[in-house]
Design a protein around this ligand. Structure first.
Ligand code: HEC
Ligand code: HEC
Length: 278
């Protein structure tokens, strides 16, 4: 960061953050752990070749048969127009009948939000709107209605290239997400990055390890393995469990930071929800 932009951020932050919060984000930036980044073991062309060899046919077949989560998307649209809570409002009352005011918005999430001095996700924002603007109870994460609304809001950005920012106050949270991704932990002493950066494109039992560049553009997704739709963070928890790491609560700070880190890797790729995975 140049001296000029640092001074600018300082001025901007001093206005909106409490002294304690500012100290935290500044300290986080200073104390950003040094990470030795991996380079993928194979070229991106070789990766594409292997990916198509393993998944090419099944993806085609899935596309023909349709995505079961399309029904959930329709239900999400209905929920968006349904009044709930003490204010008697629906999402549509403020964001347009067909969510037109939210078109393209999900492509900028997750993002830093001074009101929570942290990273805001689409799922978190929906619950904040329910509580602060509708007088309604927050939706429990991963329930049908919660996922359906999140899916619908994200679908309003289908085809829009992801463009999340990690500048200014977002930076320390991005670094925290990256540090988590690279940290070896759990009973098997794995890090996320070993499998999804270094060995992406290699087989692990029957699976081709995917590259993290392509992780953030298609969630919530329907997964055959779950027989249901689920969120990006549910997938984090699945990998945490598989490699015997601690499984964290939905929308906790670590998973939101991780979501920012991974979504930034996918910058430029168009959003495509609902995804369909094995
Ligand atoms: C009474 C008006 C109101 C209602 C009803 C409402 N919101 Fe919001 N929404 C806002 C305001 C104001 C913001 C700006 C941030 C804030 O104050 O929380 C916002 C922000 C958002 C954003 C982020 C927009 C951006 O540009 O970053 C999303 C997504 C969103 N709302 C979704 C929803 C959904 C889904 C519902 C229904 C569950 C809903 N909102 C209900 C007023 C409303
Ligand atoms: C031992 C290897 C291994 C480790 C470590 C691991 N994963 Fe995975 N992960 C897999 C396999 C295998 C799959 C399924 C095949 C694929 O898509 O890569 C997968 C799939 C995923 C997917 C879905 C990919 C998609 O296309 O949507 C995400 C997201 C993911 N992992 C995130 C993580 C995160 C976050 C961590 C660290 C907490 C992690 N993984 C650690 C092996 C691993």
């Amino acid at each position: 960061m140049s001296r000029f932009s640092r001074a600018f951020v300082l001025l901007a932050c001093a206005g909106v953050l409490t002294a304690g919060a500012w100290k935290y984000s500044f300290a986080g930036e200073e104390a950003a752990p040094r990470i030795k980044e991996y380079t993928p073991n194979i070229s991106s062309q070789e990766y594409e070749k292997r990916y198509n060899a393993v998944y090419g046919k099944s993806t085609e077949k899935m596309a023909e048969e349709g995505n079961p989560a399309d029904f959930m998307l329709d239900d999400g649209k209905d929920l968006f127009g349904k009044a709930e809570g003490s204010a008697g409002k629906s999402c549509a009352s403020c964001h347009g009948a067909n969510g037109e005011k939210l078109k393209g918005v999900a492509a900028t999430f997750p993002k830093y939000d001074p009101a929570i001095n942290g990273i805001n996700t689409v799922a978190l924002q929906i619950n904040r709107c329910r509580q602060e603007h509708m007088g309604a109870a927050p939706l429990k994460y991963e329930t049908y209605d919660q996922l359906a609304l999140e899916l619908y809001v994200k679908s309003l950005s289908n085809g829009v290239p992801i463009k999340v920012s990690i500048d200014g106050p977002a930076k320390p949270f991005y670094e925290a997400g990256k540090a988590y991704y690279y940290k070896r932990h759990g009973q098997f002493n794995f890090s996320c990055a070993i499998c999804h950066v270094k060995y992406a494109g290699h087989m692990m039992r029957a699976n081709l390890l995917s590259s993290n560049r392509h992780h953030a553009d298609h969630w919530p997704a329907y997964r055959l393995d779950w027989g249901a739709a689920g969120s990006f963070q549910k997938r984090f928890r699945g990998c945490n469990k598989n490699v015997r790491q601690e499984v964290l609560p939905f929308q906790c700070e670590t998973y939101r930071d991780l979501e920012l880190y991974l979504t930034y890797q996918a910058n430029g790729l168009p959003i495509q929800v609902p995804g369909f995975k094995m």
